[in-house]
Design a protein around this ligand. Structure first.
Ligand SMILES: [Zn+2]
Ligand SMILES: [Zn+2]
Ligand SMILES: [Zn+2]
Length: 154
């Protein structure tokens, strides 16, 4: 985690769920039972999970069918409120371990096992945003992903 010029905290487990709840309710949104279930299911995944994966697991734990579409809408809400991050090249989502602060996270995605490691480097993301601004484009959501092989798969 290079270049931290602010109070940055990464969360896991219960404190992550608590931080996510605080971030969502702080944005004026409700932390419903379904949203809580989707977040906890997402946070259980170490690798990026698709809306379909989450819907399937939730259908089992809730004992009734959960439609991938409703999971997708909740994930979308999570992404726009910084609770989750979308790994574009994997078409899947990860819980945001730092819902309290905004970064353009950089993902290192393993082609072999699908693991997505997360690093933050604000100098790089600022430079990427600068390139867009220099071309008279308003950068809303830079996507920086590096495909390759993780240490375990090499
Ligand atoms: Zn931070
Ligand atoms: Zn990050
Ligand atoms: Zn790997």
């Amino acid at each position: 985690m290079a270049q931290q010029h602010h109070h940055h905290s990464e969360h896991a487990g219960e404190t992550l769920v608590e931080a996510a709840r605080a971030a969502l309710t702080g944005a004026g949104e409700q932390w419903t039972g379904m949203r809580s279930d989707v977040f906890e299911e997402l946070a259980r995944h170490e690798r990026p999970a698709s809306a379909y994966d989450i819907a399937e697991n939730l259908s089992k734990t809730r004992g009734k069918r959960v439609a991938p579409n409703s999971v997708y809408r909740i994930l979308d809400l999570f992404v726009s409120n910084n609770l989750a991050m979308r790994v574009e090249s994997a078409n899947a989502y990860l819980a945001n371990t730092h819902p309290g602060c905004t970064h353009d996270c950089i993902f290192l995605v393993c082609d072999e096992c699908g693991e997505a490691t997360h690093v933050d480097n604000d100098d790089i993301s600022k430079a990427v945003r600068g390139v867009a601004q220099g071309a008279d484009f308003k950068p809303e959501r830079p996507i920086i992903e590096i495909r390759g092989l993780c240490a375990g798969c090499r």
